[in-house]
Write a protein that binds this ligand. Structure first.
Ligand code: TXA
Ligand code: MG
Length: 321
């Protein structure tokens, strides 16, 4: 089916029938369910293999719907929403009465986001309700940034995958808890300085602070091949191994004899956009290990550093200095 109107109509019927639909957002592809249908929401957990109790993000067509989901909207959340929605920002606010426990893990808060991807916007507008959606990958695996990634992940188990091309941001949304002072729970498409320009100081959550959350587990976003991070001489030495796959900030060194070398460049946005597709390529290369040249410091690279550190942690490897 290539007629987008017909595809949206089919996706809306499926959501109304309590089925799951994969759809593009500007961050990553989501695996969506009607956020008012408990059975449909439970199906997300089953399909992903996601532990119950880990809360989901509720996607809305516009900020005007927030009142149906939030008990109230604290001032910082109001300002951030006005500035960054639609876009790659998720806000944690007190949940309204009647919100399904399945969405919130039984917590008193809810995660809300208005995505900007045109196809997500059209789907949400046509559906009329809210769509609960995690990233459309199996639990702990690399998030999908294309429709093909979703099909690789779930095949016929998710028959409806709306294809909106490659996600423009490529990394998950920034998550800010707005219960008291703004607290960064997950770095993402919007950087801390960008947030702070709108709302003043944003504190970064300590490890273990805030609710238990799958995306915040140290081990997450991982390819199946063991991955290590390295810089300088340790990086150069690691690339000498014969069966290695490398993700670097520059071209392959002369005489590289490994499986695959990807030059992901030095532009943080481009690097983030390509990261998950690159991890999938490295994983498929047949290498017995992946070595990643550690990215630079600074806020523009924070989300990339976070995802790579988690991928390395998932493999039980420590960063090589
Ligand atoms: O970019 C994104 O955010 C993508 C697209 C599809 O919107 N979604 C996504 O969902 O990354 P997921 O389920 O993979 O990650 C959602 C994150 C998890 O870390 C979850 O724990 C956190 O949001 N979260 C959800 N509700 C929360 C709450 N009430 N309090 C704290 N964290 C929450
Ligand atoms: Mg995820």
């Amino acid at each position: 089916m290539t007629d987008p109107d017909a595809e949206i109509a089919r996706a809306v019927s499926a959501l109304r029938a309590g089925e799951l639909v994969a759809f593009p957002t500007e961050t990553v592809y989501g695996l969506g369910a009607d956020a008012r249908n408990a059975d449909a929401v439970r199906r997300i957990f089953t399909l992903k293999g996601r532990p119950p109790g880990h809360p989901l993000i509720v996607h809305l067509a516009t900020g005007a719907q927030v009142g149906e989901w939030a008990q109230h909207v604290p001032e910082p959340a109001r300002r951030l929403a006005a500035h960054f929605w639609p876009g790659p920002l998720t806000l944690i606010v007190p949940r309204a009465a009647g919100v399904l426990d399945e969405l919130t893990g039984g917590q008193a808060t809810i995660a809300l986001r208005v995505p900007s991807h045109p196809l997500a916007q059209r789907l949400l507008a046509a559906f009329g309700g809210a769509i609960a959606a995690p990233s459309a990958n199996r639990y702990g695996r690399v998030s999908p940034t294309t429709a093909a990634h979703v099909r690789e992940e779930f095949g016929p188990l998710v028959p409806i995958v709306l294809d909106g091309g490659a996600s423009s941001v490529g990394l998950e949304s920034t998550i800010v808890s707005c219960l008291e002072e703004p607290l960064l729970l997950r770095p993402g498409g919007i950087t801390v300085p960008e947030l702070e320009a709108v709302v003043g100081p944003v504190r970064r959550a300590e490890r273990g602070e805030g609710p238990p959350a799958p995306g915040r587990a140290a081990a997450h976003y991982a390819p199946q091949t063991p991955l290590t991070l390295a810089t300088g001489a340790a990086f150069a030495a690691a690339t000498l191994a014969p069966q290695i796959a490398v993700l670097a900030h520059g071209p392959a060194r002369a005489g590289f004899g490994g499986r695959l070398w990807i030059d992901a460049g030095r532009d943080a946005q481009q690097y983030g956009h390509d990261l998950y597709a690159n991890l999938r390529r490295l994983d498929r290369s047949g290498a017995d290990a992946i070595v990643v040249e550690a990215p630079p410091g600074g806020p523009a690279w924070e989300a990339v550093r976070d995802r790579l550190a988690r991928a390395a942690a998932a493999c039980g490897a420590e960063e090589i200095a």
